[in-house]
Design a protein around this ligand. Structure first.
Ligand SMILES: [Zn+2]
Length: 412
C-alpha cells in the first residue's frame, strides 16, 4: 500500500490514500444535529468517531448554499477560483438570469477527476441530479444521482443497473430516502467495487423541516450512522463535513420572516430600477420557497451605490450590506458573477425578491433555510485523529480532502 505518490490540484497537493477514502457532505448539517443525535444515543458510531477520531468546527463558503460549497469541497479552493458562486446568477454578458449548474461555469478541475486521471478508482454519488454534472466534470469514474439512478448508463455515469446494486427503488426527490439512497449506494459501491476515493453528497430535505434534536432529525442521523458504521467496518478512512448549516427563519406566528427586497427597492427607487438576484434559486424550491439569507442586487450604472448601501444596512433584519467588490474580497467570490451590492440577513430572517414571485404554498413546515453568515459553521469530522494541521488558523469545509489525505495519524 505505502506510496509516496501525490496528486496536485489547483495549487494544493494531496498524498495518495493508504486506505480508501470516503468524503461525505451532509447537506445542511448544522453542527447541533450531530451533537443532539449523539446526546440522544441515536448515533453510536458518530459518538465513537468524535471521541477517537477528530472533530472540528469549520467555516463553509458564503453564500452558504449547496453548489458553491460542494464545488469548493471537491476542488479544494474557494469560488473566486472555481467560479460557482451560487445556484443562480445574472449573466451580465448574456443579459439573462441563468442557472449555474452547467459544468461550463466550473473553471477548474476537481480532486476527484485528478485522482481518477492518476489511476485511482473514483466514485461520486449525489442526491439531486442538479449537482451531478458539476461533480462529474471530466471524471473518468462513477458518478450518478439518487434522483436519476434508474437512468444511469455506463457511457454517461460509468455504471449501470444501479438499482440492482443498491437494492432500493428511486426515492421521491423530496424525501429523506433520497439521501438514504446515497449512503446505501456508498456502502454497496465500497462492498462490491471498492473505490479508492468516494464522494457522497446528500440533500437537505430533512434539515429544511426538522430542527436539531427533533424526532425527524434524530431519525435521519440514526439512519446515517448505520451506513457510516458499515463503511467504517469496511476499513476505509471517513471524512464528514457539510455544505452549510441551517436555521429557523420564522416568527412566533410560524410565518416566515421575509424581507422582500425587490419590493423594498421598487418602493425606494421606482419599479425595476434595480434587479435583485437570489442565488439560492434552483429547480427544487418547494421546501424553501427560494428564500435564503443572501441576496445580490444589480444596479444601473447611473445609480450611486453608497447611499443605497447605507439605507439597506438600516433595514430591520439585515445583518450585513457590502459592495459587490468588497463581498467578493471578503468571501472569495467572483465579481463577474455577483451583483453590485450584497445583502445578508439576520439568523432568523430571509430575503426574497417580490412577494408575488415566491410560491410558499409548498411549505408544509415553518421555514428553515440558509445562505447567510449565520449558517457558516459546519462540522468537519474524521475517523482518525489528526497529526497536526500546521499554519492554519481557520479550517474550511474545503480542507476536507487535505486533512484526510495529508494530516491524519498513521497509515493503514
Ligand atoms: Zn445544501
Amino acid at each position: 500500500m505505502g506510496t509516496n505518490r501525490a496528486v496536485s490540484v489547483n495549487g494544493r497537493s494531496y498524498r495518495w490514500m493508504g486506505a480508501p477514502l470516503a468524503v461525505v457532505c451532509v447537506d445542511g448539517c448544522e453542527y447541533d444535529y450531530i451533537t443532539c443525535a449523539v446526546a440522544a444515543g441515536d448515533t453510536p458510531f458518530l459518538e465513537r468517531l468524535m471521541a477517537r477520531g477528530a472533530a472540528f468546527k469549520a467555516d463553509c463558503v458564503v453564500p452558504s448554499f449547496t453548489n458553491p460549497n460542494n464545488m469548493s469541497i471537491v476542488t479544494g479552493v474557494p469560488p473566486s477560483v472555481h467560479g460557482i458562486c451560487g445556484n443562480y446568477f445574472f449573466d451580465r454578458e448574456a443579459g439573462a438570469e441563468v442557472m449555474m449548474n452547467d459544468p461550463k461555469y466550473l473553471r477548474v478541475g476537481t480532486i476527484l477527476a485528478a485522482f481518477a486521471a492518476a489511476g485511482a478508482k473514483v466514485a461520486a454519488v449525489t442526491a439531486k441530479d442538479k449537482l451531478r454534472r458539476l461533480l462529474g466534470k471530466d471524471l473518468r469514474g462513477i458518478c450518478f444521482s439518487s434522483e436519476k439512478a434508474d437512468q444511469a448508463t455506463l457511457q454517461e455515469n460509468g455504471i449501470d443497473r444501479v438499482l440492482d446494486l443498491v437494492g432500493m427503488a428511486v426515492p421521491s426527490v423530496y424525501s429523506a430516502e433520497l439521501s438514504e439512497f446515497v449512503f446505501a449506494a456508498g456502502v454497496a459501491l465500497m462492498e462490491k467495487i471498492r473505490p479508492d476515493l468516494m464522494y457522497l453528497s446528500t440533500t437537505d430535505y430533512v434539515q429544511h423541516k426538522a430542527a436539531p434534536g427533533s424526532p425527524a432529525a434524530n431519525a435521519f442521523y440514526r439512519m446515517m450512522d448505520r451506513y457510516l458504521a458499515r463503511l467504517d467496518e469496511l476499513g476505509i478512512t471517513l471524512a464528514l463535513t457539510a455544505d452549510h448549516g441551517m436555521n429557523d427563519k420564522f416568527g412566533a406566528d410560524g410565518q416566515p420572516n421575509v424581507i422582500y427586497l425587490q419590493d423594498v427597492l421598487d418602493g425606494w427607487l421606482g419599479p425595476a430600477a434595480v434587479r435583485v438576484i437570489l442565488p439560492i434559486t434552483d429547480p427544487y424550491v418547494v421546501h424553501h420557497g427560494a428564500l435564503g439569507s443572501f441576496a445580490t442586487v444589480h444596479l444601473p450604472s447611473s445609480l450611486e451605490p453608497q447611499p443605497l448601501l447605507e439605507r439597506l444596512a438600516r433595514l430591520e433584519g439585515v445583518q450585513l450590506v457590502l459592495s459587490g467588490a468588497e463581498a467578493c474580497r471578503r468571501f472569495e467570490l467572483l465579481p463577474e458573477r455577483m451583483g453590485d451590492v450584497v445583502v445578508i440577513s439576520d439568523k432568523h430572517v430571509v430575503l426574497g425578491t417580490s412577494r408575488a414571485r415566491h410560491d410558499l404554498s409548498g411549505l408544509d413546515a415553518p421555514l428553515r433555510s440558509h445562505g447567510g453568515l449565520s449558517e457558516q459553521t459546519v462540522p468537519l469530522l474524521f475517523s482518525r485523529p489528526t497529526a497536526g494541521i500546521p499554519g492554519r488558523a481557520r479550517l474550511r469545509n474545503f480542507d476536507a480532502f487535505d486533512v484526510a489525505l495529508n494530516h491524519l495519524e498513521g497509515t493503514r
